[in-house]
Design a protein around this ligand. Sequence first.
Ligand SMILES: [Zn+2]
Length: 176
Amino acid sequence: MTTLETCPGCQAVLPKIENGAIHRYMTSSAGCWAIFNSLNDPDRPLAPSTFNNLIVDAYAVQHPGTPSDQTINSVAIHAMVLYGILERGFKPEQALWLRQRPGRIKSTEKHSRFHWLTPPAFASSLNVTDVANCKTPLERSELLERWIKDVWSRWSEEHGEQIGIWFERFVISERL
Ligand SMILES: [Zn+2]
């Protein structure tokens, strides 16, 4: 009998992988992490879509882990990328630029600029397993976009205002 395991991030229920690899701080089940990595599998491709640039951002904020300097920074940066693109009219092609912008700040301030945001609930949210289970590249990419927007809307509802403030300060402002 297959033992099932609920992903602590996205809540997907998947067959348990004993001693499977997971990311260092984006806390997920090993099964979910394997599916995330399989999104790059050439045998099961995604259709070309600019939203493919945001997979890592949505995954990171749906698997925020527990409070630490590293997870606080990761969630803030990836949430700001989603905010910039879904709320402020930046293009998905600018995701890398958006991700790197906050790095301009002096290293001494790096760990005090953001704080932990209690993650929203992800019960019955879309997740990478839903994306991977779609039959065609086009269906996968369409669901991928819906997943990214679903994840962001949950964050936005609870923390959109704070993420917007950080975005102004650390992405838009030239005065650091
Ligand atoms: Zn997961």
